[in-house]
Design a protein around this ligand. Structure first.
Ligand code: SF4
Length: 429
């Protein structure tokens, strides 16, 4: 059976034009997808059943046992942490927030180690953003700052920027200028019209120099700023000011380099300066397919986008204190539920060591680095393959990921609802 308009639940582009062939509850071909999508759909090797650590090995357990044990672990904990959420659909994320509130725990998503600084900057100075459709149809200047889309979001350029013709852009490759700013050469910088090679840690200075030029204070700029020549800075500022519609996309090269959220604030303020001359927007390149959704869902329920602590009985948010890495580094939490992410692969070593010391339950379809730290793992259906649900694209547009076939695995939402019901019942009795 061939299914059209399939949504790829891998990266924040959430491409919704894949054609997938399914046979005997297995994906056997994928059209229109990039290599990451092919890998996701074609090499879907799942854990077969829930497993519990047993000495140095693992023991298979039933779903009922795994759910009961998870509920007990959460009920026994004084400071439980519920982490992850970027690889599952919004309906499951919503149950997660209610569970965290019920047990007085901390709930955090993967923004904590990616675009958390972007959100903090947006909270301070706002977000002059737009949809990817606007970029495709209108933008004649694109800036990628600290991002390498060819590697991390392989179809971003072909669907929305460099190679995507739009309503007002008839020949995108000819008419659209692309500027890349990064600390090293990348596949994306190789095809840029201008490449700003910035010294490590120099993003803030380079952004400030561009802001000064756009503001008409170019005479203050020295011959070189953060490794970039004065001439190139003026050239880039001029391209941006002459644009009919410009769009800046920034990645972890900006959010996680020295300066962190101040870099993003500076980039947003550069965008605001450019809006004195023309139309300019700025957007984060969100990584996991529904990390934006976790920020949306957490915010509409609690008022905060990540790192929410319910220990006081109300939602409390203080990045640096209630963020997962900080809680784990302090050895503060005594149980952890990991859903749809892999902190074992991405967190600092001390955090991973603490996860291995405490009861850690992972809800995830696949064996990953966190499995090796976990006490219990519950495999689930994959949203976009054998589960459906709502996801938010990197520009905040909600997209429904469909189910391609009905498999034998329960989905995240069903497992979480059962854990929630058990915890609620235990608390009542
Ligand atoms: S760019 Fe991202 S969403 Fe699009 S097909 Fe590739 S991995 Fe999937």
């Amino acid at each position: 059976m061939k299914i059209e308009d399939v949504v790829c639940t891998f990266c924040g582009c959430l491409c919704d034009d894949l054609v997938v062939e399914v046979e005997n509850n297995r994906v056997c071909s994928v059209e229109n997808g990039c290599t990451l999508a092919n890998e996701k759909f074609m090499r879907d090797h799942r854990l077969k059943n829930p497993i519990r650590r047993d000495g140095n090995g693992w023991k298979a357990v039933s779903y009922d046992e795994a759910i009961r044990e998870t509920a007990e672990i959460l009920l026994d904990a004084d400071r439980p942490l519920l982490y992850g959420w970027s690889g599952t659909h919004g309906e499951a994320q919503s149950v997660g927030v209610h569970l965290a509130e019920l047990i007085g725990g901390v709930i955090d998503n993967t923004s904590t180690v990616c675009h958390g600084p972007s959100i903090m900057a947006i909270q301070e100075v706002g977000h002059p953003g737009c949809t990817l459709g606007q970029v495709k149809n209108r933008a004649d200047v694109i800036v990628y700052w600290g991002a390498n889309p060819i590697d991390a979001h392989p179809r971003h350029m072909s669907r929305y920027t460099t190679y995507a013709d739009g309503f007002f852009i008839e020949n995108a490759f000819r008419d659209r200028k692309v500027i890349v700013a990064d600390v090293r050469q990348t596949e994306s910088s190789a095809i840029a019209d201008e490449f700003l090679k910035i010294d490590r840690g120099g993003d803030y200075a380079a952004l400030s120099a561009l802001r000064a030029i756009v503001r008409g204070k170019g005479d203050l700029i020295p011959s070189r700023v953060a490794g970039v020549t004065r001439e190139q800075l003026f050239r880039v500022a001029e391209i941006c000011m002459k644009a009919k519609f410009g769009a800046i996309f920034f990645g972890l090269g900006l959010t996680m380099s020295p300066g962190k959220y101040k870099n993003i604030r500076n980039a947003i303020e550069l965008t605001q300066e450019l809006n004195r001359h023309t139309k300019f927007t700025i957007s984060p390149m969100r990584g996991h397919w529904n990390v934006y959704g976790s920020n949306e869902v957490f915010t509409w329920i609690t008022g905060y986008p990540y790192a929410i602590d319910f220990a006081r009985g109300i939602a409390f948010y203080n990045p640096g204190e209630t963020t997962s890495v900080d809680i784990l580094m302090r050895g503060e939490c005594d149980a952890c539920l990991v859903v749809a992410s892999d902190p074992g692969a991405h967190f600092p070593r001390a955090c991973a060591e603490h996860l291995a010391r405490i009861p850690t339950v992972q809800i995830d379809p696949h064996v990953n680095a966190t499995t090796h730290l976990a006490t219990l793992q519950i495999p689930v259906a994959v949203t976009g393959i054998d589960a459906e649900g709502t996801a938010y694209r990197m520009d905040g547009v909600p997209i429904r990921a469909r189910k391609l076939f009905t498999g034998s695995y329960p989905n995240d939402q069903e497992i979480l609802e059962k854990i929630f019901a058990r915890v609620k019942e235990a608390k009542r009795s």
